[in-house]
Design a protein around this ligand. Structure first.
Ligand SMILES: Nc1ncnc2c1ncn2[C@@H]1O[C@H](COP(=O)(O)OP(=O)(O)O)[C@@H](O)[C@H]1O
Ligand SMILES: [Mg+2]
Length: 374
């Protein structure tokens, strides 16, 4: 087994594999880890604006922010707020009207776009697979362009299909139309990762999927990100998806960044009424579903946990914890860490204490008088 847990697969050939220009001198062995030596990129946006011709206002309006190498950043906001435009400025599908974007300190405007895009994986909503290509050919798109030899491509394709949860023997020869929507998105993800990008852009990749498939793919994306650590920009309009995935969330409104912070900070302390509304500050249960037990629990007293109290994990959300508190009809729950050790206690008062954001905003939102303050 390789360090990340993926088996180092023996070389194999795929029927109909192309004969690209590369040499065949390598033995074709590779795994996701040995291929993934590119590392992760830092991204900096400096006063970036994009005005489409004829538009009354900028689609992206003076955006400045930085993303650290390996960070998973979610762009969150309502339809039309400029998320897709901001993403397309990174792989130069659009050029900014003003301002500048740098990757690892180098302005992207100075780099040939095709070369830039080979280092950037890109996943879009309908997967964008080539319908007349088999699964393996779709995944192999960029490696073929790069002239990898066919064994290396074949091994890479199978490793990637394993990584995204599609057994290669079953899936590699299929056409996109022979896949479910969720499977197509998995292939889209494998294709985006094929040439070992240092950055991945994902534009509402799970927007068209049913809730169960979406949750499953969110878990997969988290797992893959923990394993490969590519810098990721992920677009969504779904706060729950954002909270589940993000290290940090960029909240956007009419082309501008209104808040850039950790999911918890955004839920607990929204910057203005717009963000409060977005995170559902007026809906107590929804809000509780976004906050982990670890945030609300109190430390254990000297006597340790009370005997016979039900346990919940630090990562459980407060909505589920509240349900359990009520269903079990107990005064408190014991919170345990990943190893099952008791670390805190959770009662109704502790949950209530985090059930509303800063009071003034919550009142405005509840009264329907919330106004964006920025
Ligand atoms: N190619 C384009 N030409 C002109 N206007 C565009 C183009 N793409 C997007 N827009 C406009 O820019 C704004 C932001 O769009 P977009 O970035 O697609 O938003 P989002 O992805 O957040 O839904 C919208 O007002 C949209 O109509
Ligand atoms: Mg969009």
């Amino acid at each position: 087994m390789t360090p990340g847990g993926l088996p180092a697969l023996p070389p194999r050939r795929i029927a109909e594999a192309p004969a690209p220009g590369g040499s065949d001198e390598t033995d074709g062995r590779c795994s996701i880890e040995t291929e993934s030596r590119g590392g992760a990129s830092a991204i900096a946006f400096e006063h970036v604006s994009k005005v489409f011709s004829g538009a009354a206002r900028p689609a992206v309006d003076d955006v400045s922010l930085t993303v650290a190498p390996g960070e998973f950043v979610v762009l969150l906001g309502p339809s039309g707020c400029g998320k897709t435009t901001l993403l397309k400025l990174v792989n130069r599908l659009y050029e900014p009207t003003s301002g500048r974007i740098a990757i690892d300190g180098r302005p992207i405007a100075d780099q040939p776009a095709p070369q830039l895009r080979r280092r950037i994986g890109y996943v879009i909503q309908q997967a964008g697979l080539f319908p007349h290509y088999r699964v393996w050919e779709n995944v192999a798109t960029v490696p073929r362009l790069l002239g990898w030899d066919k064994r290396r491509i074949a091994t890479r394709v199978d490793d990637l299909l394993e990584l995204v949860g599609l057994p290669p023997a079953e899936y590699r020869m299929r056409y996109p139309m022979q896949l479910s929507g969720g499977e197509q998105q998995r292939v889209g993800l494998a294709r985006a990762l094929a040439a070992d990008p240092t950055m991945v852009l994902m534009d509402e990749p799970f927007g068209a999927l049913d809730a169960i498939t979406r949750t499953r793919l969110q878990d997969e994306v988290r797992r893959i990100h923990r394993q490969l650590r590519q810098t990721t920009l992920f677009v969504t309009h779904d706060i729950e998806e954002a909270v589940r995935l993000a290290d940090r969330i960029v909240v956007m409104r009419t082309g501008r960044v209104v808040q850039y912070d950790t999911p918890l900070a955004i839920v607990l302390d929204p910057a203005d009424a717009f963000v409060a509304d977005l995170v559902g500050a007026d809906d107590v249960l929804r809000r509780l579903s976004l906050i982990p037990a670890a945030t609300a629990m109190r430390p254990l007293g000297p006597g340790g946990p009370r005997p016979d109290t039900p346990t919940v994990t630090m990562r459980s959300d407060l909505r589920a914890d509240l349900s359990q508190l009520l269903a079990d009809d107990v005064p408190a729950l014991t919170v345990v860490d990943d190893d099952g050790r008791p670390v805190g206690t959770l009662d109704l008062a502790a949950i209530q204490a985090v059930s509303t954001p800063n009071a003034e905003l919550a009142d405005d939102v509840a009264a329907g008088t919330a106004r964006p303050t920025r």
